[in-house]
Structure formats: structure tokens, C-alpha cells
Design a protein around this ligand. Structure first.
Ligand code: G4F
Length: 333
């Protein structure tokens, strides 16, 4: 049975990837941070399954900078594949906590590479990189050869991690690759990212539970895809004969305003009646012209992002409507 180890298993991508791997017959181990509150709701359905939890799905506690524990987990579980998804992933927050961002996102990745380098049985390793590494690029769309010019603490940390992965592949012969992911969203997206913040608000306003939505800049443009499709590409990357980096993107960019319009349209509302601008959500510097060129992934992985922005916005709003309504009916019962 193939064995995979995931950092960041409780996140959006970690949960979809876990489902994908279990569906393909893998044993899955996940590394989670110990905290006083339980933050694993995305995996609850798997923990409730007695045939899965502690049979084919196992959790281990460690922080990304706890090298001894992570080494022990890797030595014990001997995974064939290692998916490194963990890190401080909020770009806006990275302006407030640049040191923590670099500690986990940059140094955490280097520490993991160092552990893998020393292992007798080295797993194939995937690092989830980000379009933020391109910052304000000279060319658009960006591909795997576009120079990195990050402009946010998060982007700078990811650039370090991405270049380290390439360095370890080229210098120490690790099967290590970067999935250079553009924004990918879903109903499991954290509520402080702009898409989920918008879809939750659209649903809550439609149900009369909220009046306004406070946002930062609406001008930013992003290449937004659907997360479950991206984890499929990540898996495909580790099934290749040769380790290589891939841009995972839709190839189309939209503004925050366009996402707003699509989400509010799904509940027959006009976003202009509800959105207020709030300085608190403005960033000291923003990336620009970020749109990915997924040709290499199309060609070598046979992978294409299928879900369009209006479809994505609608499916997220519908999921938020359903979950708010079910909370309402629990409260009423
Ligand atoms: O949803 P966002 O916070 O995503 P961002 O910054 O693009 O980062 C996400 O995608 C990256 C690429 O895949 C990842 F590397 C990263 O880990 C993360 O998953 O913001 C999107 C845009 C920005 O232009 C932001 O300024 O929305 C704008 N925005 C406007 N108002 C807001 C808000 N963003 C947030 N989070 N909250 C607001 O109220």
C-alpha cells in the first residue's frame, strides 16, 4: 500500500488531498499542530469513519520547526510521498507577522528538506509554492521560467522555500518539486480569504443575518480556480518520472469586484448595496498582473482547471447558504 505523509493536513488542500489519496488506496499520515482548540472540521467526516481513522488515516502532533519530532515521524512512517502544504498562508497577515511567516513558510521548508536529505528511504516530495513568488512580474502570464520578484513578506518566504526545493533537487538529487499554485478556493476555504469572506457574506445577507460587508481593495486581480482540481494536479506531479516544477492555474484573471458580482448574483442581490471599503483590509503592497500559464501542466500532466469563476462563486455561495440554514435549524430545534 502506498503511504503518504502530509503537513497541513487539516487545511483546505490537505483535506481534499487526503480524500483523494484514501480513494486511491493510500495510507495517509498527517502532521498537525497541537492547539487547545480543535481545528479539524474539514476532516471530521473521515475521523467518524471507523474503517478509515487509525486504520488508513493517522495523525501525528508536531510544529514545523520541531525538527526532532518531524524526523521521528518520517523515520517511523517511511512515506513514499511527502506533501508539504503547511505554513502561514495569509498574505495580508504576513505584513503583521513577517518573522512567524518566514519561520514556518521559509525555514520550515528548509528544515523538512534537510530531514529528507538525511533519510535512507527518501520520499518523493511536493512543496506547495505560490504565485506570490512572482510579485510584480515583467511578463504575463507567468510560467515556470518567469523570474521571481516577490513584494510581500509571504511571497518572499515562499520564494526562499521554492528556490530551496529546486536547489535540493538539483544539488542533492531529491525528487522534490514545486506546485506553483495560483489562488484556489472552495467551500472549505478559510473565512478570512476574500472569496470565502464574500460568499459567506452574500449568503448571510440573503438570509437577513448580516447587512454589510467590509472589504479592502476591490481592484486586485487574481487567477482563481477550484481547489479539488488543484490537489489532483499535485498528486499527478509526484507520479511523473522526473521531478519538475509546475504552474497550476486557470490562465484567466478576474478582479475582486468581478468575484463579488458573481457571488451576489447567485443570491439575486447587487453587491453595491452592501459593500463598504475598510482601510483595515488594505495592504501596504500588492502583487499585480498575476495570471498563470498552465501549458506545461496541460501538456505533461494532462491537467486543466475546469471550473469557471461564476461556477466557483455559485458553488461556494450555495454551500454557505446550506450551512447557515442548517445552523439555523439546529438552533430552532
Ligand atoms: O483572498 P486573498 O487574501 O488571497 P491572496 O492574497 O491572493 O493569497 C492567497 O492566494 C495565494 C496564491 O495562491 C496563496 F499563496 C496565499 O497563501 C493565499 O491562499 O486576497 C485576494 C485579494 C487581494 O488583492 C486582497 O487585497 O483580495 C483583496 N482583498 C480585498 N478585501 C481582501 C479583502 N483580501 C482579504 N483576505 N480580505 C479582505 O477583506
Amino acid at each position: 500500500m502506498t503511504c503518504a505523509l502530509l503537513t497541513g493536513i487539516t487545511g483546505q488542500d490537505g483535506s481534499y488531498l487526503t480524500e483523494l489519496l484514501l480513494g486511491r488506496g493510500y495510507t495517509v499520515h498527517g502532521i498537525v499542530r497541537r492547539s487547545s482548540t480543535i481545528q479539524r472540521t474539514r476532516l471530521d467526516h473521515l475521523f467518524a469513519d471507523k474503517d478509515v481513522y487509525n486504520r488508513r488515516l493517522f495523525l501525528h502532533y508536531a510544529d514545523l520547526d520541531d525538527v526532532t519530532t518531524i524526523r521521528r515521524i518520517l523515520s517511523k512512517t517511511e512515506p513514499d510521498e511527502l506533501y508539504h502544504l503547511a505554513g502561514q498562508s495569509h498574505v495580508g497577515v504576513s505584513f503583521e507577522i513577517p518573522e512567524t511567516t518566514c519561520q514556518f513558510t521559509a525555514m520550515g521548508t528548509l528544515k523538512l528538506l534537510e530531514i529528507v536529505r538525511d533519510l535512507e528511504k527518501q520520499p518523493r516530495m511536493l512543496h506547495i509554492s505560490s504565485s506570490e513568488i512572482f510579485g510584480r512580474p515583467d511578463e504575463s502570464p507567468q510560467n515556470e521560467r518567469t523570474p521571481m520578484r516577490p513584494v510581500t513578506p509571504y511571497g518572499i518566504a515562499k520564494t526562499f522555500a521554492t528556490q530551496m526545493v529546486t536547489f535540493y533537487r538539483e544539488s542533492f538529487n531529491l525528487f522534490a518539486c514545486n506546485a506553483i499554485c495560483y489562488n484556489h478556493e472552495s467551500s472549505r476555504r478559510g473565512e478570512s480569504f476574500v472569496t470565502r469572506k464574500i460568499t459567506r457574506a452574500a449568503a448571510a445577507i440573503a438570509l437577513g443575518k448580516q447587512k454589510d460587508l467590509a472589504l479592502g481593495s476591490l481592484d486586485g486581480r487574481r487567477d482563481w480556480g477550484y481547489a479539488p482540481e488543484y490537489v489532483e494536479a499535485m498528486w499527478k506531479m509526484l507520479q511523473q518520472q522526473v521531478a519538475s516544477d509546475f504552474v497550476l492555474a486557470t490562465g484567466t484573471s478576474h478582479s475582486v469586484e468581478e468575484f463579488l458580482a458573481a457571488a451576489f448574483e447567485a443570491v439575486n442581490l447587487d453587491w453595491r448595496d452592501h459593500v463598504v471599503q475598510d482601510e483595515r483590509y488594505m495592504r501596504p503592497s500588492e502583487v499585480s498582473r498575476l495570471v498563470g500559464d498552465p501549458s506545461k501542466a496541460n501538456r505533461d500532466l494532462g491537467w486543466t482547471a475546469e471550473t469557471t469563476l461564476p461556477q466557483l462563486a455559485r458553488l461556494m455561495v450555495e454551500s454557505d447558504l446550506a450551512s447557515l440554514k442548517s445552523k439555523e435549524s439546529i438552533a430552532d430545534s
